[in-house]
Design a protein around this ligand. Structure first.
Ligand SMILES: Cc1cc2nc3c(=O)[nH]c(=O)nc-3n(C[C@H](O)[C@H](O)[C@H](O)COP(=O)(O)OP(=O)(O)OC[C@H]3O[C@@H](n4cnc5c(N)ncnc54)[C@H](O)[C@@H]3O)c2cc1C
Length: 362
């Protein structure tokens, strides 16, 4: 485990950390330790400048006599002996194959694909499965329910100094220098994520424990998913992003067909719970408070983006075009329209994205 402070100490993160402290958030040495509350540089699971993925950390370079790994393989359904799962069927290289278990099976295909695989295999709500013509192995209505995810909102700022990723990504020479520096030293911004420091904070004095994460990101853009120039602004910019640590809203996801290649229909139901809406407003207030501290003053040029239209009065209403995007998984635009994420955009007036959490079958 290393820290951004070791491989890429930088003025933006230093200013953010100081501003958080000015705003009343304590410093923490190790947020993965006993006291996770507070602000610090991000920790990285990196070795020699290279990300230590699960495969790098646990598989590569180790003897694997008792392990066979099938790559480029898609599990399509579980196999049964009565009500007992005995194996898995999967597709690989255009062929259907099987892997049988001697003792037990563990399904760990993530929060989206695990419920999908269960439903494809006949484990789920009986009525839903029957509608799709899937033979019911086990009537378990909780499969695909209780989806927990958090919506991230960001306020973007124009930076007074050319120290952000925006200008690097628009300048091939600077990109080359960033790459060369990384190759030669394994240091610099390429050795870190674009988010470099974070605060795990309480929104109000009555909060028993931190409820939000606020982080500094070294880029800005009105539409980071546009595909053009990485969707980044032409001017130096950064963002202060925030999201809830423990949202109460619950969504669900279910298969739409018996084809394992079809994505499931995902209904995240962001901010359905009134408490979540309140926490996001408090997080917005706190994020703005941090950015307004004197430590940040020298770096903040003028606020850009829809956040600037937000009137922080009691009703806290502002107008903005909906711009929530889902990162990491393909989304279902029609489904988004029915969820109250519009509330977030209307009230917080910020760009928003979401990272998928967990869907726990009960
Ligand atoms: C953009 C984004 C940002 C995030 N940021 C954070 C963060 O900052 N902190 C944090 O704690 N969490 C974060 N998360 C959440 C975190 O990544 C997940 O909670 C975590 O990865 C879940 O681990 P898992 O092993 O259950 O599933 P996964 O990591 O999703 O692993 C499941 C694996 O199964 C494979 N798979 C799925 N279906 C099949 C199939 N049918 N056949 C074969 N293989 C299959 C997938 O390819 C994948 O490799 C983030 C998620 C996203 C999308």
């Amino acid at each position: 485990m290393s820290s951004v402070a070791e491989v890429n100490p930088n003025p933006l993160s230093d200013a953010f950390i100081s501003a958080c402290r000015q705003a009343g958030i304590p410093l923490t040495e190790d947020y993965n330790g006993t006291a996770y509350e507070g602000v610090s540089y991000l920790q990285l699971s990196v070795g020699g400048g290279r990300r230590c993925s699960t495969a790098v950390g646990y598989l590569h370079g180790r003897p694997q006599q008792n392990l066979r790994i099938a790559t480029e393989a898609l599990a399509t359904r579980l196999l049964f002996d009565g009500s007992r799962v005995t194996g898995v069927e999967y597709m690989q290289g255009g062929q259907t194959r099987r892997a049988m278990a001697a003792r037990e099976m563990i399904v760990s295909a993530g929060p989206i694909k695990s419920p999908q695989l269960l439903e494809l295999s006949g484990i789920g709500d009986a009525h839903r499965l029957q509608t799709l013509g899937i033979p019911v192995r086990m009537n378990l209505p909780g499969v695909g329910e209780n989806l927990i995810d958090h919506l991230q909102s960001r306020i973007t700022y124009e930076c007074t100094r050319p120290i952000t990723l925006n200008e690097i990504m628009h300048n091939p020479l600077r990109q080359g220098w960033m790459g060369l520096r990384y190759l030669m030293t394994r240091r610099g911004i390429m050795a870190t994520p674009s988010v470099t420091a974070q605060a795990l904070a309480r929104c109000g004095p009555d909060d028993a424990r931190p409820g939000v994460k606020i982080q500094i990101g070294h880029l800005s853009g009105s539409d980071r998913y546009s595909g053009k120039g990485f969707g980044l602004d032409r001017f130096p910019g950064f963002n202060v992003g925030f999201f809830q640590l423990r949202p109460k809203s619950r969504g669900h996801l279910h298969i739409r067909s018996t084809n394992p290649l079809d994505d499931p229909i995902i209904e995240p139901r962001y901010l359905c719970d009134g408490d979540d809406q309140q926490v996001m407003l408090e997080a917005l207030r706190l994020s703005r408070k941090i950015a307004q501290q004197s430590s940040m003053a020298a770096l903040v040029c003028a606020k850009r983006g829809r956040g600037s239209t937000c009137r922080m009065n009691r009703r806290c209403s502002s107008t903005s075009r909906p711009r929530a995007r889902r990162a990491g998984i393909r989304s279902e635009p029609a489904r988004w329209a029915s969820t109250p994420w519009r509330w977030s955009i209307r009230n917080c007036g910020c760009a928003a994205s979401a990272a998928c959490g967990s869907s726990i079958p009960r």
